[in-house]
Design a protein around this ligand. Structure first.
Ligand code: 4AD
Ligand code: MG
Length: 477
């Protein structure tokens, strides 16, 4: 007999004399009702046991967390709450679970506790819903690019360059760290290291993606990204996933159009395909909101927020306009910002980004044309000589979700900018080559995948939207 999934069976509206299903017991109530889940849906299937027909010893082993194999008849449910249920004919205990020590009890657990039990947390409704949505979003991303003529490119994970120039990298080495070889100056001799040079885990696949855009036209990367920034916030991970499209002959306006269309499309995909999980998380968020003071509550439910993004244009605002708004806004005047905004040129902090998105514009915002000296070296210099063709997309509840730019395609200006921040030309000779041989306008952006998953699930901590989070002082599992 073919093994069926809970998801399949719950969508049946006929009786089926013999069904075969395997899953984990969520609860066993009144020695009679098993709520069984197999991960295929947030919903459990109710399996009804006539205990008179079963051995007492077997019934005792039907405990929360146990893996079971059930055969029975799919029938119209007698009780409320479900359309169909399984009238059980046989139960096989595949794996026992000790009810005394099983961490995932059928009650509400704190997210902190579940993080410590990340290997079991996807056995809860909340985390199974989040991770199904994560999977669905990543499918939607590949689908979008595939349908729009992009090639999927695998950027290297081990690199010799610091794409963002921020110096927040994890070293990759196989030198003996106790006794590394030293050069004449007494420094570590990386020429003796595995790759014959200093290498690190990538902070972005962009520079490599640019080489592919300048030959294949439209490409994207979607891979793990590593940053050793010591920011222990609810929005930063040391290991996260980034999506980086890069397109030849596209300017900043085209980049904004692409980013907006892309974000809307992937959000629409989950609205169309992951209704049960979204409705569950929507309700969870509403319950959480009720515990907050009225003034801090969100005006929209999760599903309303997702619909809002797909249905409305993102507001496009220059950095200079944004600074004007921030300089004159109430919280700035009342000194409510931790970092007050006084002059043009300062970097925006998350408190400012969130003010713009959540209080001022009340919609996703694309900020562009930032001061050159707060942005990366590869962004195209504007004619004013002081701003670059950068863009950041800010989302409600998240702040920055996308960072991108039109790239500097002029060799002389790129060299000047690299020199100004001491990036040796030898290190990026191949990147400069792109500007020597058939250079052209091109643009791209990076979407932080976990920030997208946070937005899509309404979760407030980035550690709860990646299977096994890596953060300062934590690499368990
Ligand atoms: O703004 P960032 O640093 O841009 C780049 O890396 C460019 N190379 C992208 C490009 O133009 N191809 O990072 C892009 C996005 C951010 O907007 C944020 O969503 C996410 O990556 N991000 C992080 N997400 C989680 N944890 C971190 N430590 C992150 N750092 C950046
Ligand atoms: Mg950024």
């Amino acid at each position: 007999m073919k093994l069926r999934t809970v998801s399949e069976l719950l969508s049946e509206d006929i009786t089926i004399p013999e069904v075969d299903i395997k899953g984990w017991v969520r609860t066993f109530r009144a020695n009679r009702f098993i709520a069984l889940n197999d991960g295929s849906t947030i919903n459990n299937i109710q399996c009804v046991v006539d205990f008179e027909n079963f051995d007492e010893a077997l019934l005792k082993r039907i405990t929360t967390g146990a893996a079971v194999h059930i055969k029975g008849e799919l029938v119209e449910s007698q009780g409320k709450g479900q359309k169909v249920e399984i009238q059980v004919n046989s139960i096989d205990i595949l794996g026992d679970s000790d009810p005394e020590t099983y961490p995932i009890q059928p009650k509400k657990h704190s997210f902190e506790f579940l993080r410590e039990n990340a290997h079991l947390r996807t056995r809860t409704n909340t985390f199974s819903a989040i991770m199904r949505l994560r999977s669905s979003l990543s499918y939607a991303i590949h689908k979008y690019f595939n349908e729009n003529g992009f090639y999927y490119m695998h950027a290297p994970i081990i690199t010799g360059s610091d794409a963002e120039g921020a110096g927040e990298m994890f070293k990759v080495t196989n030198l003996d760290t106790e006794k590394p070889p030293l050069n004449d100056e007494g420094k570590i001799d990386y020429s003796k290291d595995f790759f014959g040079k200093e290498t690190n885990l990538t902070v972005s696949g962009q520079l490599e993606a640019e080489t592919y855009a300048m030959s294949l036209g439209k490409v994207y990367t979607f891979g793990p990204t590593f940053r050793a920034e010591n920011s222990n916030t609810s929005r930063h991970l040391a290991e996260f996933w980034m999506i980086e499209p890069e397109v030849a002959f596209m300017d900043l306006a085209g980049n904004m159009d692409l980013a907006e269309d892309f974000m809307k499309s992937v959000i629409k995909h989950i609205l169309d395909n992951n209704r049960d999980d979204l409705e569950f998380l929507d309700k969870r968020l509403q319950d959480e909101e009720k515990t907050k003071p009225q003034a801090e509550r969100s005006e929209m439910t999760l599903i309303e927020k997702l619909n809002f993004v797909t249905d409305n244009n993102f507001k496009r605002v220059s950095y200079t306009e944004a600074i004007d708004i921030l300089r004159n806004c109430k919280p700035n005047k009342k000194k409510k910002f931790k970092y007050p905004i006084n002059e043009w040129g300062v970097d925006l902090q998350s408190e400012h980004e969130r003010f713009l998105v959540e209080k001022h514009f009340k919609c996703p915002v694309i900020l562009f044309d930032y001061p050159a000296n707060i942005k990366a070296f590869y962004m195209r210099l504007n004619d004013d000589g002081k701003t670059v063709r950068a863009m950041d997309i800010l989302f409600p509840g998240i702040g920055e979700i996308v960072g991108g730019a039109q790239r500097e395609e002029r060799l002389d200006i790129l060299k000047e900018r690299m020199a100004a921040i001491n990036i040796p030309e030898e290190d990026l000779w191949w990147y400069l080559d792109l500007r020597k041989f058939g250079t052209a306008v091109h643009s791209g952006f990076g979407l932080g995948f976990e920030r997208l998953v946070m937005f899509a699930t309404g979760m407030g901590n980035i550690r709860d939207v990646i299977p096994f989070p890596r953060t300062p002082q934590n690499a368990e599992f």
